[in-house]
Design a protein around this ligand. Structure first.
Ligand code: FES
Length: 69
């Protein structure tokens, strides 16, 4: 699994294969990637809806590759 912290944007999770989010906010499916809001401005939390672009959210980015042991 690859986790990318988008500069001034969401937390992007890339997986291998389909996944399903089981939190209270909504049922959400995707094939291999999903973006979680970091700015707090999204109308579809915990997911990013692009609102960070208008909110002026500023934060550094980075990348983390997670592999099972
Ligand atoms: S990070 Fe995209 S809407 Fe919050």
């Amino acid at each position: 699994m690859k986790v990318t912290v988008i500069p001034n944007g969401p937390l992007l999770i890339e997986t291998v294969g389909e996944w399903q989010y089981s939190g209270e906010a909504s049922s959400h499916k995707a094939n291999d990637r999903v973006a979680f809001c970091r700015c707090g401005a999204s109308a579809i939390k915990p997911f990013c809806d692009g609102a960070h672009k208008k909110s002026g959210f500023a934060a550094p980015g980075g990348v983390c590759e997670l592999t099972p042991k």
